[in-house]
Design a protein. Structure first.
Length: 540
């Protein structure tokens, strides 16, 4: 079996484009959505061919043109990826993390309700980055239409979601193999382990934080042996496995896109590719846009850079991305109540506390990685881009919470893992002690992913396969305020605010751009009840 660089690039473009095409056709008025979808398809096919334009953003390294995989290794890699996705909750076979309460409700409503999803009885509408679910939701909708049975549709939809997520992770792994030039079986297996077990040095941070508290005579903030990604309390860089277990709908697309950029993204489709990302995760898209911008500026500084960049970006795909995809997707996502509620972390925490915790967090979490890779990577613009980007992520908060740090850092964090991997290979060839030190860091960093998996396996030992516990919301088409009143007066509103907008007819997207509803606004009201019935059948 051959893994060909050009073919993988085509798969990446198709994977990133499909959710946006579905969104255009399913959520927008036909007079807007059909031309927009056609424009995206035209941009997609032009990007596939490239039309002889070879100017690219600076690649992290020159990727391999092709890699040979034995059938056994290829099947083993595919099997490991599928198992990883299943253990992360995909398909609904094993217990899921707490955030799946929202994930399952969102996905169920995408299958059972007409698009765009409205909850007319409650005066709300679904506004969320739904891109990752859309291809699987289409499959679920077709199954619902054919069988008339939501139980079957829900099962089919979850299998489709597992397949879509697994395909995305396989594309990530394929790009990673090309980047690290994994010609040997040993390096192919090492690349898989890197993807699954990559994490920051949370152990160092947790121990340091507790040691400081103990020496000061104050009770520790947490037990250093029971830490996780949240060891610093206020900041978080999330390991790959944790991302897949909790925020797969943002992480998978971000991984696919940033590795595409790292392999040398053509200027002629850079803006188009970036415009496809916010529908699956606006915060990771910011991290990728930051990276592409830095690389573009770096390209400008080279001899003939201005001319190359100017003529390189003038293309039909980029025009479609900037003037069609970006405005339409932004008009939808900006309906979310959290959109635009950005502020600086020091305004929430206080300047003194922010600076101390920021330096402690970055230094303990990633300081050794950057220190040990400096010698080999200091002339690589990607190393500096990742360093600056990860330093800046904790500076921004949304509604006082560190969501920006957690999610905008996803693409930058995974690129640090690639830099570390390549540096280890380089140092081991030179028999440099830093290679062994980096391997030790990777082992320490694997603790949190292993802990995440151990927790899921422990739950699985209690519940068995097929008993998914994280689906108590069921649907947003109900009185959530009353349902969760016993947990506090604001609990229902908090659940609603995460992915619903109130009074949608008063916002620009639903007033002027959203697909028109049928004459009877209550049409389809029985469908959520079908979803609730599905819950009673234990298929969530």
């Amino acid at each position: 079996m051959r893994l060909v660089n050009a073919v993988v690039s085509k798969c990446v473009l198709a994977y990133l484009s499909l959710p946006t095409v579905i969104f255009m056709l399913g959520w927008l008025r036909w007079e807007i959505g059909v031309p927009a979808a056609l424009a995206v398809l035209i941009a997609f096919f032009i990007s596939l061919k490239g039309h002889g334009l070879t100017e690219t953003l600076e690649p992290l390294v020159e990727p391999a043109e092709k890699i040979r995989l034995s059938p056994f290794v290829a099947l083993a890699l595919v099997g490991c990826v599928v198992v990883w996705c299943i253990m992360a909750g995909q398909g609904g076979f094993v217990p899921q993390t707490e955030d799946w309460h929202w994930r399952n409700a969102t996905f169920r409503d995408l299958i059972s309700h007409d698009w765009p999803v409205r909850y007319d009885t409650w005066g709300r509408a679904l506004v969320f980055y739904v891109g990752h679910w859309l291809p699987a939701a289409i499959v679920g909708k077709i199954a619902f239409a054919v069988t008339g049975n939501f139980v079957i549709a829900w099962r089919v939809g979850n299998l489709a979601l597992l397949a879509w997520t697994a395909v995305g992770v396989l594309i990530v792994l394929a790009q990673l193999l090309l980047l690290v030039r994994a010609f040997s079986v040993r390096r192919q297996v090492a690349a898989l382990f890197l993807l699954v077990f990559w994490g920051g040095l949370d152990a160092c941070g947790a121990f340091t934080l507790n040691l400081k508290q103990i020496l000061s005579g104050v009770a520790p903030e947490n037990s250093w042996w029971n830490f996780g990604d949240w060891w610093s309390i206020v900041f978080n860089y999330t390991s790959n496995s944790t991302c897949l277990y909790w925020v797969f709908h943002q992480a998978v697309t971000a991984w696919v896109a940033i590795l595409f950029v790292a392999r040398g993204l053509r200027l002629s489709c850079a803006a188009f590719v970036i415009s496809l990302l916010p529908l699956c995760g606006p915060l990771p898209a910011i991290g990728i846009a930051f990276t592409a911008s830095v690389l573009a500026v770096f390209r400008l500084c080279r001899p003939g850079g201005w001319k190359a960049v100017f003529w390189g970006v003038l293309s039909i795909p980029n025009a479609v991305g900037l003037f069609v995809v970006a405005p339409l997707v932004a008009s939808f996502l900006c309906c979310n109540p959290a959109a635009g509620n950005f502020s600086f972390a020091w305004t929430v925490m206080g300047t003194a506390f922010f600076v101390k915790r920021w330096l402690l967090f970055f230094g303990c979490e990633l300081g050794l990685y950057f220190a040990l890779t400096f010698g080999a990577c200091r002339r690589n613009i990607w190393w500096w881009c990742v360093l600056v980007g990860l330093l800046l992520c904790p500076v921004v908060v949304i509604d006082g919470a560190p969501d920006f740090c957690m999610r905008a850092s996803i693409p930058l964090f995974v690129m640090l893992s690639v830099l570390v991997f390549l540096t280890v290979v380089h140092y081991l060839k030179e028999r440099n002690w830093k290679g062994v030190a980096l391997i030790a860091c990777l082992v320490v960093g694997a603790y949190v992913p292993v802990k995440e998996m151990k927790g899921q396996l422990k739950l699985l030992s209690y519940t068995g396969f097929g008993d998914v516990v994280s689906d108590t919301i069921i649907t947003f088409d109900q009185d959530l305020v009353a349902k969760y009143r016993k947990f506090g007066p604001d609990t229902g509103d908090l659940i609603v605010s995460k992915c619903n907008v109130k009074s949608p007819d008063d916002v620009f997207f639903y007033k002027h751009m959203a697909r028109r509803r049928s004459a009877d606004p209550t049409q389809g009201k029985d469908e959520p009840q079908g979803a609730k019935g599905a819950d009673n059948d234990n298929i969530q």
